[in-house]
Design a protein around this ligand. Structure first.
Ligand code: BES
Ligand code: MN
Ligand code: ZN
Length: 500
Protein backbone atom coordinates (compact mmCIF):
# COMPACT_ATOMS: atom_id res chain seq x y z
CA UNK A 1 0.00 0.00 0.00
CA UNK A 2 2.96 2.37 0.44
CA UNK A 3 5.21 3.47 -2.39
CA UNK A 4 8.22 5.64 -1.78
CA UNK A 5 9.06 8.02 -4.61
CA UNK A 6 11.95 10.43 -5.02
CA UNK A 7 10.42 12.45 -7.79
CA UNK A 8 7.06 14.14 -7.74
CA UNK A 9 5.00 13.73 -10.89
CA UNK A 10 3.42 17.18 -10.86
CA UNK A 11 1.66 16.84 -14.20
CA UNK A 12 -0.01 13.39 -13.81
CA UNK A 13 -3.63 13.66 -12.70
CA UNK A 14 -3.89 12.47 -9.11
CA UNK A 15 -6.39 12.83 -6.31
CA UNK A 16 -4.49 14.56 -3.57
CA UNK A 17 -1.26 15.82 -2.08
CA UNK A 18 -0.47 16.35 1.60
CA UNK A 19 1.97 19.08 2.54
CA UNK A 20 3.09 20.26 5.98
CA UNK A 21 3.35 23.99 6.75
CA UNK A 22 4.88 25.68 9.75
CA UNK A 23 3.59 28.83 11.36
CA UNK A 24 5.48 32.08 10.59
CA UNK A 25 8.09 30.49 8.35
CA UNK A 26 9.10 31.89 5.03
CA UNK A 27 8.44 29.39 2.32
CA UNK A 28 11.34 27.44 0.91
CA UNK A 29 12.23 23.97 -0.34
CA UNK A 30 9.30 21.99 -1.62
CA UNK A 31 6.77 24.62 -0.68
CA UNK A 32 8.67 27.16 -2.76
CA UNK A 33 8.70 24.78 -5.76
CA UNK A 34 4.98 24.30 -5.44
CA UNK A 35 4.48 28.04 -5.12
CA UNK A 36 6.49 28.63 -8.29
CA UNK A 37 4.51 26.07 -10.26
CA UNK A 38 1.32 27.75 -9.05
CA UNK A 39 2.59 31.25 -9.89
CA UNK A 40 2.89 32.52 -6.34
CA UNK A 41 -0.61 31.57 -5.28
CA UNK A 42 0.52 29.54 -2.27
CA UNK A 43 2.30 32.58 -0.82
CA UNK A 44 -0.80 34.59 -1.40
CA UNK A 45 -3.11 32.08 0.26
CA UNK A 46 -0.71 31.87 3.20
CA UNK A 47 -0.65 35.63 3.50
CA UNK A 48 -4.43 35.89 3.36
CA UNK A 49 -4.76 33.16 5.96
CA UNK A 50 -6.57 30.74 3.63
CA UNK A 51 -3.75 28.30 4.29
CA UNK A 52 -2.88 28.13 7.97
CA UNK A 53 0.28 27.02 9.69
CA UNK A 54 -1.51 26.79 13.00
CA UNK A 55 -0.99 23.47 14.77
CA UNK A 56 -3.19 20.64 13.39
CA UNK A 57 -5.30 22.92 11.20
CA UNK A 58 -6.00 21.47 7.76
CA UNK A 59 -6.46 23.84 4.82
CA UNK A 60 -7.69 22.20 1.66
CA UNK A 61 -7.32 23.94 -1.68
CA UNK A 62 -8.45 22.85 -5.12
CA UNK A 63 -5.91 23.33 -7.88
CA UNK A 64 -8.47 23.64 -10.70
CA UNK A 65 -6.28 21.89 -13.24
CA UNK A 66 -3.18 23.99 -12.63
CA UNK A 67 -1.21 20.91 -11.54
CA UNK A 68 -1.87 17.16 -11.67
CA UNK A 69 -2.93 16.96 -8.03
CA UNK A 70 -6.60 17.88 -7.84
CA UNK A 71 -6.40 18.93 -4.20
CA UNK A 72 -3.69 19.93 -1.81
CA UNK A 73 -4.14 19.42 1.92
CA UNK A 74 -1.97 21.78 3.90
CA UNK A 75 -1.37 20.49 7.38
CA UNK A 76 -0.51 23.11 10.01
CA UNK A 77 2.36 22.08 12.27
CA UNK A 78 2.60 25.14 14.52
CA UNK A 79 5.95 26.71 15.33
CA UNK A 80 8.94 24.79 13.98
CA UNK A 81 10.77 25.24 17.29
CA UNK A 82 7.93 23.56 19.21
CA UNK A 83 7.47 20.53 16.97
CA UNK A 84 7.22 17.09 18.60
CA UNK A 85 6.35 13.72 17.12
CA UNK A 86 3.06 13.37 18.93
CA UNK A 87 2.06 16.66 17.25
CA UNK A 88 3.13 15.39 13.83
CA UNK A 89 1.25 12.14 14.38
CA UNK A 90 -1.93 13.89 15.47
CA UNK A 91 -1.69 16.34 12.59
CA UNK A 92 -1.35 13.38 10.22
CA UNK A 93 -4.33 11.78 11.95
CA UNK A 94 -6.46 14.83 11.24
CA UNK A 95 -5.58 14.92 7.58
CA UNK A 96 -6.13 11.18 7.21
CA UNK A 97 -9.63 11.62 8.63
CA UNK A 98 -10.29 14.44 6.20
CA UNK A 99 -9.08 12.34 3.28
CA UNK A 100 -11.26 9.44 4.35
CA UNK A 101 -14.25 11.78 4.55
CA UNK A 102 -13.40 13.06 1.05
CA UNK A 103 -13.27 9.40 -0.03
CA UNK A 104 -9.93 9.54 -1.80
CA UNK A 105 -8.48 6.24 -3.02
CA UNK A 106 -4.89 7.42 -3.33
CA UNK A 107 -2.86 10.19 -1.81
CA UNK A 108 0.71 11.47 -1.90
CA UNK A 109 2.51 12.79 1.17
CA UNK A 110 5.35 15.27 0.78
CA UNK A 111 7.13 13.79 3.77
CA UNK A 112 10.05 16.18 3.89
CA UNK A 113 7.71 19.11 4.61
CA UNK A 114 6.92 17.59 8.01
CA UNK A 115 10.40 17.81 9.49
CA UNK A 116 12.71 20.51 10.76
CA UNK A 117 15.93 18.57 10.07
CA UNK A 118 16.89 15.67 7.82
CA UNK A 119 17.61 13.29 10.69
CA UNK A 120 13.93 13.19 11.61
CA UNK A 121 12.57 11.87 8.35
CA UNK A 122 12.33 8.24 9.51
CA UNK A 123 10.38 9.31 12.58
CA UNK A 124 8.06 11.28 10.32
CA UNK A 125 7.52 8.21 8.13
CA UNK A 126 6.71 6.14 11.21
CA UNK A 127 4.35 8.86 12.46
CA UNK A 128 2.56 9.00 9.16
CA UNK A 129 1.91 5.30 8.69
CA UNK A 130 0.92 4.90 12.34
CA UNK A 131 -1.52 7.79 12.02
CA UNK A 132 -2.87 6.41 8.78
CA UNK A 133 -3.67 3.13 10.46
CA UNK A 134 -5.01 4.63 13.71
CA UNK A 135 -7.08 7.46 12.25
CA UNK A 136 -8.71 5.17 9.67
CA UNK A 137 -9.89 2.76 12.37
CA UNK A 138 -13.61 2.12 12.58
CA UNK A 139 -15.67 -0.30 14.61
CA UNK A 140 -18.92 -0.74 12.76
CA UNK A 141 -19.24 -4.52 12.77
CA UNK A 142 -22.87 -4.33 13.75
CA UNK A 143 -24.04 -1.45 11.56
CA UNK A 144 -25.48 -3.02 8.47
CA UNK A 145 -25.27 0.18 6.48
CA UNK A 146 -21.73 1.23 7.42
CA UNK A 147 -20.37 -2.13 6.36
CA UNK A 148 -21.51 -1.58 2.81
CA UNK A 149 -20.11 1.91 2.44
CA UNK A 150 -16.68 1.31 3.99
CA UNK A 151 -13.86 2.37 1.71
CA UNK A 152 -10.17 2.59 2.40
CA UNK A 153 -7.19 4.31 0.86
CA UNK A 154 -5.77 1.96 -1.75
CA UNK A 155 -2.31 3.37 -2.07
CA UNK A 156 -0.17 6.03 -0.58
CA UNK A 157 2.83 7.59 -2.18
CA UNK A 158 5.45 9.02 0.07
CA UNK A 159 7.57 11.63 -1.62
CA UNK A 160 10.94 12.23 -0.02
CA UNK A 161 14.59 12.81 -0.82
CA UNK A 162 15.58 10.15 1.71
CA UNK A 163 16.65 6.56 1.11
CA UNK A 164 13.68 4.56 -0.20
CA UNK A 165 14.41 1.33 1.68
CA UNK A 166 14.88 3.07 5.00
CA UNK A 167 11.67 5.03 4.58
CA UNK A 168 9.83 1.87 3.58
CA UNK A 169 11.09 0.09 6.71
CA UNK A 170 9.96 2.98 8.94
CA UNK A 171 6.56 3.03 7.25
CA UNK A 172 6.16 -0.68 7.90
CA UNK A 173 7.06 -0.32 11.56
CA UNK A 174 4.64 2.58 12.04
CA UNK A 175 1.86 0.72 10.32
CA UNK A 176 2.51 -2.37 12.42
CA UNK A 177 2.25 -0.26 15.57
CA UNK A 178 -1.04 1.14 14.34
CA UNK A 179 -2.46 -2.26 13.45
CA UNK A 180 -1.50 -3.78 16.81
CA UNK A 181 -3.28 -0.90 18.52
CA UNK A 182 -6.33 -1.34 16.32
CA UNK A 183 -6.50 -5.04 17.17
CA UNK A 184 -6.65 -4.13 20.85
CA UNK A 185 -9.34 -1.56 20.10
CA UNK A 186 -11.50 -4.14 18.38
CA UNK A 187 -11.16 -6.64 21.24
CA UNK A 188 -12.25 -3.93 23.68
CA UNK A 189 -15.10 -2.68 21.48
CA UNK A 190 -16.55 -6.15 20.95
CA UNK A 191 -19.67 -6.66 23.07
CA UNK A 192 -19.45 -9.15 25.93
CA UNK A 193 -21.78 -11.66 24.30
CA UNK A 194 -19.38 -11.79 21.34
CA UNK A 195 -16.15 -11.89 23.30
CA UNK A 196 -16.10 -14.42 26.13
CA UNK A 197 -13.01 -15.77 27.86
CA UNK A 198 -12.99 -18.61 25.32
CA UNK A 199 -13.13 -16.13 22.44
CA UNK A 200 -10.27 -14.17 23.91
CA UNK A 201 -8.27 -17.39 24.21
CA UNK A 202 -9.05 -18.28 20.58
CA UNK A 203 -7.80 -14.91 19.47
CA UNK A 204 -4.59 -15.32 21.46
CA UNK A 205 -4.02 -18.75 19.91
CA UNK A 206 -4.41 -17.20 16.47
CA UNK A 207 -1.64 -14.74 17.28
CA UNK A 208 0.56 -17.51 18.63
CA UNK A 209 0.11 -19.59 15.49
CA UNK A 210 0.64 -16.68 13.14
CA UNK A 211 3.93 -15.71 14.78
CA UNK A 212 5.04 -19.19 15.85
CA UNK A 213 4.89 -18.41 19.54
CA UNK A 214 4.41 -21.12 22.12
CA UNK A 215 1.12 -20.99 23.93
CA UNK A 216 -0.81 -22.58 26.73
CA UNK A 217 -4.48 -22.18 27.58
CA UNK A 218 -5.20 -23.38 31.10
CA UNK A 219 -8.71 -24.77 31.59
CA UNK A 220 -10.72 -24.64 34.78
CA UNK A 221 -9.63 -28.13 35.87
CA UNK A 222 -5.97 -27.24 35.49
CA UNK A 223 -6.51 -24.06 37.48
CA UNK A 224 -8.08 -26.16 40.21
CA UNK A 225 -5.07 -28.47 40.24
CA UNK A 226 -2.73 -25.48 40.42
CA UNK A 227 -4.77 -23.94 43.22
CA UNK A 228 -5.67 -20.71 41.45
CA UNK A 229 -8.33 -20.00 44.04
CA UNK A 230 -8.51 -16.27 43.43
CA UNK A 231 -9.07 -16.39 39.68
CA UNK A 232 -11.52 -19.27 40.14
CA UNK A 233 -13.40 -17.28 42.78
CA UNK A 234 -14.14 -14.51 40.28
CA UNK A 235 -15.46 -17.07 37.83
CA UNK A 236 -17.74 -18.83 40.31
CA UNK A 237 -20.87 -16.92 39.34
CA UNK A 238 -20.40 -17.50 35.63
CA UNK A 239 -21.62 -20.07 33.14
CA UNK A 240 -18.63 -19.21 30.92
CA UNK A 241 -15.53 -21.24 31.78
CA UNK A 242 -12.43 -19.22 32.72
CA UNK A 243 -9.23 -19.34 30.68
CA UNK A 244 -5.69 -18.55 31.70
CA UNK A 245 -3.98 -17.54 28.50
CA UNK A 246 -0.20 -17.75 28.11
CA UNK A 247 1.78 -16.77 25.01
CA UNK A 248 5.55 -17.21 24.90
CA UNK A 249 7.65 -15.21 22.51
CA UNK A 250 11.01 -16.91 22.72
CA UNK A 251 13.77 -14.81 21.25
CA UNK A 252 16.55 -16.45 23.20
CA UNK A 253 16.42 -20.14 24.10
CA UNK A 254 18.31 -19.26 27.25
CA UNK A 255 15.25 -18.55 29.35
CA UNK A 256 16.36 -15.45 31.22
CA UNK A 257 15.53 -11.75 31.21
CA UNK A 258 11.93 -12.66 30.61
CA UNK A 259 9.51 -9.75 30.37
CA UNK A 260 6.02 -10.77 31.52
CA UNK A 261 3.00 -8.77 30.40
CA UNK A 262 0.04 -9.59 32.60
CA UNK A 263 -3.29 -8.19 31.41
CA UNK A 264 -6.66 -8.10 33.17
CA UNK A 265 -9.11 -10.04 31.02
CA UNK A 266 -12.50 -9.49 32.67
CA UNK A 267 -14.79 -9.84 29.67
CA UNK A 268 -17.66 -8.33 31.64
CA UNK A 269 -17.74 -6.81 35.09
CA UNK A 270 -21.18 -6.67 36.71
CA UNK A 271 -19.48 -6.14 40.07
CA UNK A 272 -20.73 -9.52 41.28
CA UNK A 273 -22.81 -9.45 44.48
CA UNK A 274 -21.30 -6.02 45.23
CA UNK A 275 -23.36 -5.19 42.16
CA UNK A 276 -22.63 -2.12 40.11
CA UNK A 277 -25.31 0.49 39.64
CA UNK A 278 -27.40 0.56 36.49
CA UNK A 279 -25.26 3.40 35.07
CA UNK A 280 -21.99 2.10 36.48
CA UNK A 281 -22.32 -1.25 34.72
CA UNK A 282 -22.73 0.10 31.20
CA UNK A 283 -19.41 -0.03 29.42
CA UNK A 284 -17.97 -2.84 31.51
CA UNK A 285 -17.33 -4.86 28.35
CA UNK A 286 -14.09 -2.85 28.28
CA UNK A 287 -12.81 -4.53 31.44
CA UNK A 288 -10.49 -6.69 29.38
CA UNK A 289 -8.61 -3.62 28.14
CA UNK A 290 -5.41 -4.78 29.84
CA UNK A 291 -5.61 -8.16 28.12
CA UNK A 292 -6.26 -6.43 24.80
CA UNK A 293 -3.24 -4.15 25.26
CA UNK A 294 -1.05 -7.17 25.96
CA UNK A 295 -2.32 -9.05 22.90
CA UNK A 296 -1.93 -5.98 20.67
CA UNK A 297 1.64 -5.59 21.89
CA UNK A 298 2.29 -9.31 21.26
CA UNK A 299 1.17 -8.84 17.67
CA UNK A 300 3.67 -6.04 17.19
CA UNK A 301 6.35 -8.10 18.91
CA UNK A 302 5.50 -11.02 16.62
CA UNK A 303 5.83 -8.80 13.56
CA UNK A 304 8.99 -6.95 14.55
CA UNK A 305 10.80 -9.74 16.42
CA UNK A 306 12.75 -7.85 19.10
CA UNK A 307 15.57 -9.74 20.83
CA UNK A 308 13.71 -10.01 24.11
CA UNK A 309 11.96 -12.95 25.67
CA UNK A 310 8.37 -11.98 26.38
CA UNK A 311 5.46 -13.84 27.91
CA UNK A 312 1.85 -12.73 27.96
CA UNK A 313 -0.28 -13.97 30.83
CA UNK A 314 -3.99 -13.21 30.78
CA UNK A 315 -6.55 -14.33 33.34
CA UNK A 316 -9.86 -14.31 31.48
CA UNK A 317 -13.37 -14.61 32.91
CA UNK A 318 -16.44 -12.48 33.41
CA UNK A 319 -17.60 -11.34 36.87
CA UNK A 320 -21.22 -12.46 37.25
CA UNK A 321 -23.73 -13.45 39.91
CA UNK A 322 -25.54 -16.72 40.58
CA UNK A 323 -26.29 -18.99 43.52
CA UNK A 324 -22.68 -20.14 43.31
CA UNK A 325 -21.05 -16.77 43.02
CA UNK A 326 -18.37 -15.30 45.24
CA UNK A 327 -19.76 -13.26 48.13
CA UNK A 328 -18.44 -10.46 50.28
CA UNK A 329 -17.08 -12.08 53.48
CA UNK A 330 -15.80 -15.13 51.62
CA UNK A 331 -12.19 -16.07 52.27
CA UNK A 332 -10.29 -17.56 49.36
CA UNK A 333 -6.82 -19.02 48.92
CA UNK A 334 -4.69 -17.76 46.05
CA UNK A 335 -2.19 -19.87 44.14
CA UNK A 336 0.63 -18.32 46.16
CA UNK A 337 -0.96 -19.71 49.33
CA UNK A 338 -1.87 -16.24 50.59
CA UNK A 339 -5.44 -16.05 51.83
CA UNK A 340 -7.71 -13.19 50.88
CA UNK A 341 -10.82 -11.90 52.61
CA UNK A 342 -13.29 -10.59 50.06
CA UNK A 343 -14.78 -7.30 51.17
CA UNK A 344 -16.04 -6.32 47.77
CA UNK A 345 -16.71 -8.65 44.84
CA UNK A 346 -16.34 -5.65 42.53
CA UNK A 347 -12.63 -5.55 43.35
CA UNK A 348 -12.33 -8.64 41.15
CA UNK A 349 -9.53 -7.54 38.84
CA UNK A 350 -6.87 -7.87 41.51
CA UNK A 351 -8.16 -11.35 42.38
CA UNK A 352 -7.86 -12.55 38.79
CA UNK A 353 -4.49 -10.84 38.37
CA UNK A 354 -2.83 -12.07 41.56
CA UNK A 355 -2.91 -15.69 40.41
CA UNK A 356 -1.75 -14.67 36.93
CA UNK A 357 1.19 -12.78 38.44
CA UNK A 358 2.11 -15.75 40.60
CA UNK A 359 1.93 -18.02 37.57
CA UNK A 360 4.05 -15.62 35.50
CA UNK A 361 6.74 -15.87 38.18
CA UNK A 362 6.58 -19.65 38.01
CA UNK A 363 7.08 -19.39 34.26
CA UNK A 364 10.30 -17.49 34.86
CA UNK A 365 9.31 -13.83 34.70
CA UNK A 366 12.25 -11.56 35.52
CA UNK A 367 10.28 -8.35 34.92
CA UNK A 368 6.55 -7.97 35.35
CA UNK A 369 4.24 -5.36 33.91
CA UNK A 370 0.61 -5.74 34.88
CA UNK A 371 -1.95 -3.70 33.01
CA UNK A 372 -5.59 -3.39 33.97
CA UNK A 373 -8.75 -1.31 33.87
CA UNK A 374 -8.50 -1.67 37.60
CA UNK A 375 -10.14 1.22 39.44
CA UNK A 376 -12.64 4.01 38.96
CA UNK A 377 -10.51 5.95 41.44
CA UNK A 378 -7.67 6.37 38.96
CA UNK A 379 -10.10 8.19 36.65
CA UNK A 380 -11.00 10.55 39.47
CA UNK A 381 -7.32 11.13 40.20
CA UNK A 382 -5.75 11.39 36.73
CA UNK A 383 -8.60 11.73 34.24
CA UNK A 384 -8.96 10.03 30.90
CA UNK A 385 -5.65 10.95 29.26
CA UNK A 386 -3.11 9.76 31.81
CA UNK A 387 -2.46 6.18 32.86
CA UNK A 388 -1.73 5.59 36.55
CA UNK A 389 1.44 3.69 37.37
CA UNK A 390 3.13 2.10 40.36
CA UNK A 391 6.50 0.41 40.68
CA UNK A 392 8.93 -1.27 43.03
CA UNK A 393 11.94 -0.59 40.80
CA UNK A 394 13.28 2.81 39.74
CA UNK A 395 15.43 1.66 36.81
CA UNK A 396 12.70 -0.44 35.27
CA UNK A 397 10.25 2.42 35.67
CA UNK A 398 12.68 4.82 33.99
CA UNK A 399 12.70 2.50 30.98
CA UNK A 400 8.90 2.44 30.93
CA UNK A 401 8.70 6.23 31.15
CA UNK A 402 11.02 6.57 28.19
CA UNK A 403 9.04 4.05 26.17
CA UNK A 404 5.80 5.89 26.89
CA UNK A 405 7.36 9.25 26.02
CA UNK A 406 8.68 7.81 22.76
CA UNK A 407 5.19 6.86 21.61
CA UNK A 408 3.42 9.80 23.26
CA UNK A 409 1.29 7.93 25.80
CA UNK A 410 1.13 9.75 29.12
CA UNK A 411 1.58 8.03 32.44
CA UNK A 412 2.09 9.24 35.97
CA UNK A 413 3.34 7.50 39.04
CA UNK A 414 1.35 6.93 42.20
CA UNK A 415 3.18 6.35 45.50
CA UNK A 416 3.89 2.90 46.87
CA UNK A 417 4.86 3.54 50.46
CA UNK A 418 5.05 0.82 53.10
CA UNK A 419 2.03 2.48 54.66
CA UNK A 420 -0.12 1.17 51.82
CA UNK A 421 1.36 -2.32 51.99
CA UNK A 422 0.43 -2.44 55.64
CA UNK A 423 -3.16 -1.49 54.85
CA UNK A 424 -3.70 -4.41 52.49
CA UNK A 425 -2.06 -6.71 55.03
CA UNK A 426 -3.75 -5.48 58.16
CA UNK A 427 -7.26 -4.65 57.06
CA UNK A 428 -8.55 -8.22 57.29
CA UNK A 429 -8.72 -9.59 60.80
CA UNK A 430 -8.99 -13.19 59.63
CA UNK A 431 -7.01 -13.52 56.37
CA UNK A 432 -3.58 -12.50 55.03
CA UNK A 433 -4.92 -9.84 52.71
CA UNK A 434 -8.01 -7.75 52.07
CA UNK A 435 -9.17 -7.25 48.51
CA UNK A 436 -10.67 -3.87 49.36
CA UNK A 437 -9.48 -1.92 52.39
CA UNK A 438 -11.91 0.89 51.63
CA UNK A 439 -12.37 4.09 49.67
CA UNK A 440 -9.21 5.88 50.73
CA UNK A 441 -6.45 5.73 48.09
CA UNK A 442 -8.20 2.77 46.50
CA UNK A 443 -6.27 2.84 43.18
CA UNK A 444 -3.08 2.55 45.23
CA UNK A 445 -4.56 -0.22 47.38
CA UNK A 446 -5.31 -2.17 44.22
CA UNK A 447 -1.71 -1.82 43.08
CA UNK A 448 -0.37 -2.58 46.55
CA UNK A 449 -2.48 -5.73 46.65
CA UNK A 450 -0.82 -6.94 43.44
CA UNK A 451 2.58 -6.00 44.84
CA UNK A 452 2.08 -8.68 47.51
CA UNK A 453 2.24 -11.32 44.77
CA UNK A 454 5.04 -9.74 42.76
CA UNK A 455 7.39 -9.66 45.78
CA UNK A 456 10.96 -8.76 44.71
CA UNK A 457 10.63 -9.06 40.94
CA UNK A 458 11.01 -5.68 39.18
CA UNK A 459 7.45 -4.63 38.53
CA UNK A 460 5.30 -1.91 37.06
CA UNK A 461 1.56 -1.67 37.52
CA UNK A 462 -0.48 0.25 34.94
CA UNK A 463 -4.07 1.25 35.69
CA UNK A 464 -5.74 2.13 32.39
CA UNK A 465 -9.33 2.44 33.64
CA UNK A 466 -9.38 6.06 32.44
CA UNK A 467 -7.31 5.77 29.30
CA UNK A 468 -8.56 2.55 27.71
CA UNK A 469 -11.60 4.29 26.27
CA UNK A 470 -12.39 7.72 24.93
CA UNK A 471 -15.80 9.36 25.25
CA UNK A 472 -15.40 11.32 22.07
CA UNK A 473 -13.72 11.10 18.71
CA UNK A 474 -10.05 12.20 18.68
CA UNK A 475 -7.35 12.85 16.08
CA UNK A 476 -6.16 9.27 16.05
CA UNK A 477 -9.42 7.41 16.24
CA UNK A 478 -13.11 7.29 16.98
CA UNK A 479 -14.87 7.30 20.35
CA UNK A 480 -14.59 3.99 22.18
CA UNK A 481 -11.52 1.86 22.78
CA UNK A 482 -8.18 3.64 22.38
CA UNK A 483 -5.79 0.68 22.42
CA UNK A 484 -3.78 2.58 25.02
CA UNK A 485 -0.39 1.21 26.05
CA UNK A 486 -0.12 -1.25 23.16
CA UNK A 487 2.57 0.90 21.61
CA UNK A 488 4.26 1.63 24.93
CA UNK A 489 4.49 -2.08 25.81
CA UNK A 490 5.83 -3.00 22.38
CA UNK A 491 8.35 -0.17 22.60
CA UNK A 492 9.39 -1.30 26.07
CA UNK A 493 10.19 -4.77 24.71
CA UNK A 494 12.09 -3.16 21.83
CA UNK A 495 14.08 -0.91 24.18
CA UNK A 496 14.92 -3.76 26.55
CA UNK A 497 16.30 -5.74 23.63
CA UNK A 498 18.34 -2.75 22.44
CA UNK A 499 19.85 -2.35 25.92
CA UNK A 500 21.33 -5.79 25.85
N1 BES B 1 -13.51 -2.62 36.31
C1 BES B 1 -13.65 -1.78 37.44
C2 BES B 1 -12.91 -0.46 37.30
C3 BES B 1 -13.39 0.48 36.24
C4 BES B 1 -14.29 1.48 36.57
C5 BES B 1 -12.93 0.40 34.96
C6 BES B 1 -14.72 2.36 35.61
C7 BES B 1 -13.37 1.28 33.99
C8 BES B 1 -14.25 2.27 34.32
C9 BES B 1 -13.11 -2.49 38.67
O1 BES B 1 -13.24 -3.87 38.67
C10 BES B 1 -13.89 -1.98 39.84
O2 BES B 1 -15.04 -2.22 39.90
N2 BES B 1 -13.18 -1.27 40.74
C11 BES B 1 -13.79 -0.75 41.90
C12 BES B 1 -12.87 -1.10 43.04
C13 BES B 1 -13.48 -0.87 44.38
C14 BES B 1 -14.58 -1.86 44.60
C15 BES B 1 -12.42 -1.02 45.43
C16 BES B 1 -13.91 0.75 41.77
O3 BES B 1 -13.01 1.37 41.20
O4 BES B 1 -14.90 1.30 42.20
MN1 MN C 1 -15.10 -4.52 39.42
ZN1 ZN D 1 -13.32 -4.78 36.83
Amino acid sequence: MFKVINELPLSEVQEGLIVGVFEHEKIDGFLKELDDVLQGQISELLQDGDIKGKKKVISKIHTLGKIGFKRIYFVGLGKASELTFPIVREAFGRVVKQINRDRLATVTVALDTFITEDGLVLDAAHAFSEALSLASYKFNHYKRKANISAKELESTFVYTGADQDEIMAALTVGYTYGQGTNSARTLVNLPPNKLTAADLADYAVEIAKKYRMEYEILEKEEMEQLGMGALLAVNKGSVQPPKLIVLKYISNEKWENVLALVGKGITYDTGGYSLKSREGMVGMKTDMGGAAAVLGAMEIIGELQPEQNVIAVIPATDNMISGEALKPDDVITSMSGKTIEVFNTDAEGRLALCDAIHYAKQLGASYIVDIATLTGGVIVALGDAVTGAMTNNETFFEEMLEASAEVGELLWRLPYFDHYKEKVRNHSKIADLSNSPGREAHPIMAGAFLGEFVEDTPWIHLDIAGTATSKGEHDLGPAGATGVMVRTLATLAERMSANR
